[in-house]
Design a protein around this ligand. Structure first.
Ligand code: SAM
Length: 387
């Protein structure tokens, strides 16, 4: 993996997080980061000359901390929905000897800091989340705030520019540099705000009386995922009093369905996305309020914070992406964490696309794996932790 990132002010060692990913061709920054850094350094110099102080930065969606590290001389608030992005940033700052004292990290759901001098936004692919971010920004910007955003040129279309224009103010986009473009925007306080989208969104869960709650950056936020739909037909019968983990819970739809069929199971909802965990919490509290005392909700990288031999069942519809990259390493980490966290005789049950070949992965890890069901696209697999 190329870890040496060179830019106008020097060079940095930047790693993707978690470390030791199988795909060595991926790196921890991209040309969109380079564009943002280049233009921020210019804007920051002008800002300092004009205001006789250094600008305060607001960094949004800085995946592995490339922006945070390259601009470490400025006070920063870094907003991410991903715990892994936060951890990657801290790791990269430390490995470059950069103080973490100028860095304040906050989750996507915390209020944004008032009156940031320069906003740097790596555009998310998900337009609901972009909408949410722009709505949050419109509540804190001043006409003096400098707003810079960047992404691959193919992801900056007329709709994206219109979203900036309508929510914040006059917007322009640069020509492509290394297939990326820079968006510059000026906040217009007098702008007639478009109708706001009220996040979280809710959709009715088919064949049930429940409504699933979805914050803006949550997987399958507008409808039930097909894999989850198949999994809902093959949930386990769990003994009362047992502990079940909904690993990579997203909006909590799997745990909701399981809880609704049992009187007294203990559920743990885990995800690395702050919006996912908050969605799961709201899904349960709005649909099964008398069961909330049986539930815990935690933002975690797989099950890193969970004790060994503490769960009877782990349910998982694993991800096969990290940011834009297709990867199996997170699913692999989820399976090995599940094995550690399961009690002797405990079960890991997953849904996955056939082609991912997880039956072999589970067979190697657990020494057993049964296919419980299959349709043309998905399989339900179960592995048992034996001594
Ligand atoms: C395919 S979605 C499944 C969501 C939900 N369980 C469902 O079935 O609709 C995978 C989930 O895994 C989460 N995830 C990705 N990486 C993770 C990690 N390292 N630790 C915990 N959760 C992770 C994602 O945020 C996403 O919510």
């Amino acid at each position: 993996m190329n870890t040496t990132f060179t830019f106008a002010n020097g060079s940095l060692q930047l790693s993707r997080w978690p470390l030791h990913q199988p795909n060595n061709s991926l790196q921890a920054w991209d040309a969109a980061d380079e564009l943002l850094i280049h233009h921020t350094l210019e804007s920051a110099t002008q800002f300092s000359r004009q205001h006789k102080r250094e600008p305060a930065l607001l960094l949004i969606n800085d995946s592995f901390g490339a922006l945070s590290c390259a601009l470490a001389q400025y006070t920063q608030v870094q907003v991410n929905d991903s715990l892994l992005a936060q951890q990657g940033t801290v790791y990269n700052r430390q490995q470059n000897g950069l103080a973490v004292t100028t860095l304040q990290q906050q989750s996507s759901l915390s209020p944004y800091p008032q009156a940031p001098d320069i906003v740097l936004l790596k555009l998310p692919n998900n337009h609901s989340y972009l909408h949410y971010i722009l709505q949050q920004l419109s509540g804190v910007l001043t006409p003096d705030s400098i707003i810079l955003a960047s992404a691959k040129a193919k992801d900056i279309n007329r709709n994206v520019l219109a979203m900036f224009e309508h929510t914040l103010g006059p917007t322009s986009a640069s020509l492509a540099v290394k297939k990326c473009r820079l968006i510059s925007c000026r906040y217009n306080a007098a702008l007639q705000q478009p109708a706001t989208i009220n996040f979280p969104l809710r959709w009715p869960l088919e064949h049930s009386i429940y409504n699933v709650v979805n914050h803006a950056n949550v997987f399958s936020r507008e409808k039930l995922d097909q894999g989850a739909r198949f999994f809902l037909q093959h949930l386990p019968a769990v003994a009362e009093g047992q502990t079940v983990i909904d690993l990579g819970c997203g909006n909590g739809v799997l745990g909701l369905a399981l809880l609704s069929r049992h009187d007294a199971i203990n559920m743990l909802f885990c995800d690395e996305s702050y919006m996912a965990v908050e969605s799961a919490r709201q899904t349960i509290s709005e649909n099964l309020p008398d069961k909330t005392a049986l539930c815990r909700f935690t933002v975690d990288d797989c099950l890193s914070q969970q004790p060994d031999k503490s769960a009877d069942y782990v349910l998982c519809n694993p991800p096969f992406h990290q940011q834009q990259a297709v990867t199996g390493h997170i699913a692999g980490q989820m399976f090995s964490d599940a094995k550690r966290v399961l009690k002797q005789g405990g079960h890991l049950r997953i849904v996955a696309n056939h082609h991912l070949g997880y039956a072999d992965t589970l067979q190697r890890l657990f020494g057993n794996c049964r296919q419980l069901a299959a349709d043309p696209k998905f399989v339900i697999l179960e592995a048992i932790k034996r001594s």
